[in-house]
Design a protein around this ligand. Structure first.
Ligand code: NAP
Length: 306
């Protein structure tokens, strides 16, 4: 039986792995569908302490993984599909068919990009509609794109897209951005970025193959208008990856794991870290901090229960 299995290899999972490995718990980390988590989809991380020049998100998690491996953590690529309580621990079933037993679990499965939920979005997914500017931005050289959302991600994606696109239009459902002042100002100063306020995308338009525009609805007047563009980047937040824990661990009404300040969930022996339990801060540094706390609490829990 393992001491601790960590589900998720984002910055929370990697930090938990560093601490658990240094406590001689030989943690086993399962990377899940998106190895490295959300940071692999961002560009420059400018607010992680210790990197005054900024660091690429991908580089940050790769370094954290290497650091965990150096202390004895093992990383595997598989996705947990079921968790059952057994005597003195848990049995996890994975997509590969593997079954493993562990005394404790740290859930650091993060959150995935939210989609608009309109039928045409499904039709043009990967044909001009995407949630990842760093992955797909280069396909839009000299094209016109829109970014939907008003948070830090929307600002960051818009700024990144100005490297390629001829014009970037941010479509936001209110007339005030949610993003931090710093990011707002950076985006507003950029000559390639324009804003459409109080509006939402009601339909994605295309020629059957690729996107060629959107239908916008002004939420104040109700008026519909056509807007020509070649790409639609969605940056409208995230939903927590907690499907396999539904009806098992206590979740809040939005599906986030409810964890206490010691990162304990409603099931003794299962801890949570990172965006899967964070309804408020959602920063790389807070995810890392919660991973550290979860691993330290696992160590304490194992000492008390053995
Ligand atoms: P967010 O802060 O939750 O912002 C989501 C945005 O999408 C909001 O402006 C929201 O509008 C809008 N939205 C949500 N659902 C929508 C829908 N169905 N249709 C249209 N618009 C919708 O998410 P985020 O920007 O991904 O950021 C998440 C966290 O990561 C934040 O804490 C942020 O600070 C952090 N982050 C930081 C950085 C950085 O520091 N450089 C970069 C990226 C992310 P409303 O404003 O009206 O709610």
């Amino acid at each position: 039986m393992e001491n601790v299995i960590i589900l998720g290899s984002g910055i929370a999972g990697c930090t938990a792995a560093i601490y658990a490995a240094r406590a001689n718990l030989s943690p086993l980390v399962f990377s899940g569908p998106q190895e490295g988590g959300q940071l692999t989809m961002t560009t420059e991380v400018e607010n992680f302490p210790g990197f005054p020049e900024g660091i690429r998100g991908m580089e940050l998690v790769e370094k954290a993984k290497k650091q965990a491996e150096k202390f004895g953590a093992t990383f595997k690529t598989d996705i947990a599909t079921e968790v059952e309580e057994i005597k003195n621990g848990f049995e996890l079933t994975f997509m590969s068919g593997a079954k493993l037993k562990s005394k404790t679990i740290i859930v650091a499965t993060g959150a995935s990009a939210r989609w608009l939920g309109i039928p045409s979005e499904e039709k043009y997914r990967g044909r001009g509609v995407t949630t990842c500017a760093t992955c797909d931005g280069a396909f839009f050289k000299d094209k016109e794109v829109i970014v939907v959302g008003g948070g830090d991600s929307a600002m960051e994606e818009s700024l990144f897209l100005t490297r390629f696109a001829a014009k970037v239009t941010v479509v936001h459902r209110r007339e005030e951005l949610r993003a931090s002042k710093f990011m707002q100002e950076k985006a507003q100063k950029n000559e390639k970025i324009e804003f459409v306020w109080n509006s939402m995308v009601s339909e994605i338009l295309g020629d059957g193959r690729l996107v060629n525009g959107v239908k916008l609805k002004n939420l104040k007047t109700g008026k519909l208008s056509l807007f020509k563009c070649d790409g639609v980047f969605l940056a409208i937040g995230h939903v927590p990856n907690t499907r396999i824990f539904q009806d098992k661990i206590k979740l809040d009404d939005k599906g986030y794991i409810v964890a206490d300040k010691f990162m304990r969930t409603s099931i003794p022996g299962i801890f949570a870290a990172g965006d899967v339990q964070d309804t408020r801060f959602k920063q790389a540094i807070t995810a890392a901090g919660s991973g550290c706390k979860a691993a330290m609490e696992v160590e304490k829990y194992l000492a008390e229960n053995e």
